[in-house]
Design a protein around this ligand. Sequence first.
Ligand SMILES: Nc1ncnc2c1ncn2[C@@H]1O[C@H](COP(=O)(O)OP(=O)(O)O)[C@@H](O)[C@H]1O
Ligand SMILES: O=C(OP(=O)(O)O)[C@H](O)COP(=O)(O)O
Length: 403
Amino acid sequence: MKTIDELLAEGVAGKRVFVRADLNVPLEGTTITDDGRIRAVQPTIEKLAAAGARVVVASHLGRPKGAPDPAFSLAPAAARLGELLKTDVAFATDTVGESARAVVAGLADGEVAVIENLRFNAGETSKDDAERGAFADQLAQLADVYVGDGFGAVHRKHASVFDLPARLPHAAGGLIATEVGVLKKLTEEVERPYVVVLGGAKVSDKLGVIDHLLEKADRILVGGGMAYTFLKAQGHEVGISLLQEDQVPTVLEYLKRAKEKGVEFVLPVDVLVSAEFPDLKTKAPANPTTVAADAIPADQEGLDIGPETRKLYASKLADAATVFWNGPMGVFEHPDYAEGTKAVAQALVDSPAFTVVGGGDSAAAVRILGFDENAFGHISTGGGASLEYLEGKTLPGLAALED
Ligand SMILES: Nc1ncnc2c1ncn2[C@@H]1O[C@H](COP(=O)(O)OP(=O)(O)O)[C@@H](O)[C@H]1O
Ligand SMILES: O=C(OP(=O)(O)O)[C@H](O)COP(=O)(O)O
């Protein structure tokens, strides 16, 4: 893989450099609640601009359905990037259309532009190679060189991640180099006990990683939206909680294999429930009830781990030598459901273990809840990406950057 420094040594002055970043930041309306992912790619953009490149920054944000949707505009991220860079950042209101072509053509050496959300175009995420390729061809017209630095998306076989680097001279950005450097250590011999904490909402995406973790981890703690498929598999009522019903047989198999292999699976013993998902805008009091994990009312959903589970998980993390954590324990964006995530973060801070926190929301949660970033061994910008890297899978966005 060519490094950014090697690319700079070859000279980028006057060249249009496409930086595939992951600016998928958490938003409340148009307010960015955590800019960690923007700050993470900032050094790469700064280096390129300082070397006289015309920098075209691209990213997805959220999961729009292949067409423009103002709720998922990258405009707030572009504005924040400008503030961080302390310079004007031009913004194209489309991705490969008239606006993008004009904005890129208008860049002077050392200037930076952001183009609109890649996922406003169906070709970006298409499973059809030709459709993705056609979109990558359009993106390729905007640039002379490609720099891959969107670590959080390298596990996606998407046009801007996988197909575009095949069409342009390419290099890996500094963020990808750092992420891979740290995560590689967890694929080698780790200090034990190795405890993995899984939560969050992307249940179907992330359940599969457990297959691999059963070969590697000593203990797996499950919380967040991930927990309810396990509770269901154990025969409990989960009400209207997040559930991946079709995965129940797989989860049962995981629980069986864990027993055979001596891997300790730890599930919530109590949860906070409510009949309604909380209002994340007003943060109006949610007044949840605490119930035993096997007593979730049929008309309610689990939105955080309960107080007994918080204590249990802290104790299960206390003797760890290595910890990997992806996925908040609850809907931490609302204060009534933030305690579970806080308890796990605090347990990691208190632990002498090598701790890695991965994921857009997990990393944001740690900062939003007031923890010092430096109290963790590494905070990865990618959740799904880091999990798949740990699995040893070939990640499309890394494979595409190989020479
Ligand atoms: N019990 C739950 N029910 C619904 N959503 C949940 C629950 N627990 C956590 N979440 C949500 O999970 C989201 C983060 O999930 P995910 O994207 O998988 O994590 P990451 O970005 O760290 O990889 C948060 O927005 C949080 O509100
Ligand atoms: O937020 C992301 O992943 P993460 O929640 O696993 O950290 C990335 O931006 C990838 O987004 P995607 O899961 O919609 O492809």
